[in-house]
Design a binder for this molecule. Structure first.
Ligand code: PRP
Ligand code: URA
Length: 210
């Protein structure tokens, strides 16, 4: 088993997720909130990035400072809903490359179906942050990560806005090497595999398709 997931208990994250959950929050605000929460998740998920010491000349003298030690990063949103998190992540990580993996859940079986995958050619050398607002049964996240590993990635973290224990447990069992960062942990799934209380269908709410 991997280490326990990091559930962000920051007041800003809690506040913004409460707004996301509200069924009266419209598409524009929903998309903005997903981006802002992604930025806050990114801050936490990059806490262990290595740094190196450098000397910087200030107007007053020389400061010993730390800068990022040059680890290369890749963001991989799971289409569609993960796309909503990309810009918020790039706010803090402008040099990250972005790959895409397309998965949708078969609505009857809830099994994930992969329909697209395009990753940076040097994915094996990058720390990969896989993005999806929702971790429900865990099928999509597990399969997406399996595909990303098949293409060579060795260092992977998974970031979600809302998760349930079932999805977290499945991901920890199938990919114990993957650290998980989550904005909120909900009770469980309803009979059609939606997170309760959750926030509904994240993709539809981000893109206004329902
Ligand atoms: C949603 C969500 C996840 C998946 C989570 O995507 O964005 O990818 O469901 O469910 P799981 O943990 O049970 O696999 P969906 O299949 O609705 O596709 P979409 O993003 O294109 O709307
Ligand atoms: N996918 C979503 O978008 N929402 C859920 O609650 C579960 C899966």
């Amino acid at each position: 088993m991997s280490k326990a997931p990091m559930i962000l208990d920051h007041p800003l994250v809690q506040h913004k997720i409460s707004l996301l959950r509200d069924k009266n929050t419209g598409t524009k605000e929903f998309k903005e909130l997903v981006g802002e929460i992604a930025t806050l998740l990114c801050y936490e998920a990059t806490r262990d990035l290595p740094t190196k010491e450098v000397e910087v000349e200030t107007p007053m003298g020389v400061a010993k400072c730390h800068v990022l030690a040059g680890r290369k990063l890749a963001l991989v949103p799971i289409l569609r809903a993960g796309l909503g998190m990309v810009d918020g992540m790039l706010t803090l990580l402008p040099a990250a490359k972005v790959g895409h993996i397309g998965m949708y859940r078969n609505e009857e079986t809830l099994e994930p179906v992969e329909y697209y995958c395009k990753l940076p050619s040097d994915i094996a050398e990058r720390d990969v942050l896989v993005l999806d607002p929702m971790l429900a049964t865990g099928g999509s996240a597990c399969d997406a990560i399996t595909q990303i590993k098949k293409r060579g990635a060795r260092s992977i973290k998974f970031l979600a806005i809302v998760a349930v224990p079932q999805g977290i447990n499945k991901l920890r069992e199938m990919h114990p090497d993957v650290d998980i960062y989550v904005g909120a942990l909900d009770e469980g799934l309803n009979e059609i595999g939606y997170i309760v209380p959750g926030l509904g269908d994240a993709g539809d709410r981000i893109f206004g398709t329902k």
